[in-house]
Design a protein around this ligand. Structure first.
Ligand code: GDP
Ligand code: MG
Length: 176
C-alpha cells in the first residue's frame, strides 16, 4: 500500500542490446531528458527510476542499464532478475546489431518469464541517410518473435517516451 493508501507499482525494466546502440542514451533521454554525444562507458549506474502515470495511477519504472557489461558478454543473471519488461535495442545503421537481437532475446528468455513485456527498438532513426536495417525488417522480426516494435532516436527524442510508455502500459495491464 502506498502512503496515501493507494496501490503502488514498481516495474523493473531492462535495456539490452549490443554495445553502442544507444541504450544508455535512451535511458537518460527518458529519465532526465538528456543526451550524451560522447560514447563514454557508463560504469556504475545500475538503474534510474522514472514515475509515469497510467490510468491515473502512479507507476515507478525502474529502468536498468547494462553499464557497459555487454562488451564483455557478461550481463549477469542478477541484471535480469525480477524484470517484467525489456527493451531489446539495435542500431538501424549497423546490421550486425540487428542480427544480435536474436541472441539477446534468447538470453532474456532464459532469465525472464516469457510474460515479460518486450519491445524491439531500432534506435538512431535520425540517421536515415546511413540506414542499413529497413523498418520492414524490424517489423517482421518483431512479428515473428511476438514483440512490440518501434524506431527511436535518443538524439532528437523521437518515440523515446513512447517506447517506454508502451512497455509500462502493457505491464500495468497484466498486473492490474
Ligand atoms: P550503449 O553502449 O548502448 O549504452 O550506447 P550509448 O548510449 O553509449 O551510445 C553510443 C553512441 O551512439 C554515442 O556516441 C551516442 O552519442 C550515440 N547515440 C545514441 N543514441 C543515438 C541516436 O538516437 N542517434 C544518434 N545519431 N546517435 C546516438
Ligand atoms: Mg551504455
Amino acid at each position: 500500500m502506498g502512503e496515501e493508501g493507494g496501490e503502488e507499482y514498481l516495474f523493473k525494466i531492462v535495456v539490452i542490446g549490443d554495445s553502442a546502440v544507444g541504450k544508455s542514451n535512451l535511458l537518460s533521454r527518458f529519465a532526465r531528458d538528456e543526451f550524451d554525444h560522447n560514447s563514454k562507458a557508463t560504469i556504475g549506474v545500475e538503474f534510474q527510476t522514472q514515475v509515469v502515470e497510467v490510468d491515473g495511477k502512479e507507476v515507478k519504472a525502474q529502468v536498468w542499464d547494462t553499464a557497459g557489461q555487454e562488451r564483455f558478454r557478461a550481463v549477469t543473471s542478477a541484471y535480469y532478475r525480477g524484470a517484467v519488461g525489456a527493451l531489446i535495442v539495435y542500431d538501424i545503421t549497423r546490421t550486425t546489431t540487428f542480427e544480435s537481437t536474436k541472441r539477446w532475446l534468447d538470453e532474456l528468455n532464459t532469465h525472464c518469464d516469457t510474460t515479460a513485456a518486450r519491445m524491439l527498438v531500432g534506435n538512431k532513426c535520425d540517421l536515415e541517410n546511413i540506414r542499413e536495417v529497413s523498418v520492414e525488417e524490424g517489423k517482421n522480426l518483431a512479428e515473428e518473435e511476438g514483440l512490440f516494435f518501434i524506431e527511436t532516436s535518443a538524439l532528437d527524442s523521437t518515440n523515446v517516451n513512447k517506447a517506454f510508455e508502451i512497455v509500462i502500459r502493457e505491464i500495468y495491464e497484466k498486473v492490474s
